[in-house]
Design a protein around this ligand. Structure first.
Ligand SMILES: [Zn+2]
Length: 213
């Protein structure tokens, strides 16, 4: 539920490579959540159809304060058009209009953009990312999943993969989802189970290198 293609400022994966990897890892589909960019969607739709896999059109955007400062990032799913970074009130309004979902990305990460007050965002979002395979510290994922169960909010998991090798390192499982619509409904109901393991250091640094090229 969290991947980046070559269209992201820091990604380098071809969309097809990502689907190939997801398929070989036994995933049913993929959400592509490039940073304020939706150019991968069209290709992803075609490839997923050809492979008989799911594709969730997503985007990762910054939450901007009134003064334009970044206050964390959110993952948007089931979108019809990209919206870019804006205030959380505006994100909420836009995403609801499109029938999409909003999840706080890596809410307690110490190395990425994180919100000052995750609790304060809960009225605007559908849930949080409970597991991010690129989190450098296991404790931040533990904190996220603990926070979610304490507040009874849905979670998703993702690899946050920037190279194909990372795809599938984190994934969201929903038992008995009959189709993508049902998958979405069950995610909203908090029935998504976070799975995966942390990306090992070698892959992490390889992806950083590749992402810079
Ligand atoms: Zn990301």
């Amino acid at each position: 539920m969290h991947t980046h293609s070559k269209y992201s400022k820091d990604g380098s994966s071809e969309v097809r490579e990502m689907f190939d990897r997801a398929e070989s890892k036994g995933l049913d589909g993929l959400a592509i959540t490039d940073h304020y960019d939706v150019r991968a969607w069209k290709e992803a739709e075609e490839i997923s159809e050809e492979k008989g896999m799911f594709f969730i059109p997503g985007e990762e955007v910054k939450i901007l304060d009134e003064d334009g400062k970044c206050n964390g990032e959110v993952l948007l799913y089931f979108m019809k058009r990209g919206i870019g970074s804006m205030t959380i009130e505006k994100i909420n309004k836009e995403v609801r209009k499109q029938g999409g979902l909003i999840f706080v990305a890596h809410p307690f990460s110490r190395t990425r953009h994180t919100p000052k007050n995750v609790k304060g965002l809960l009225r605007y979002v559908d849930g949080i990312e409970g597991f991010n395979a690129r989190s450098r510290f296991a404790s931040t994922n533990k904190k996220a999943s603990g926070f979610a169960s304490k507040h009874g909010i849905p979670t998703v998991a993702g690899s946050d993969g920037h190279i194909p090798l990372e795809v599938g390192c984190g994934y969201t499982e929903v038992e008995g989802a009959s189709d993508l619509e049902d998958f979405k409904k069950k995610i909203e109901q908090g029935k998504g189970i976070s799975r995966g393991k942390k990306v090992n250091s070698f892959i992490y640094y390889a992806s950083q290198l590749r992402g810079r090229v």
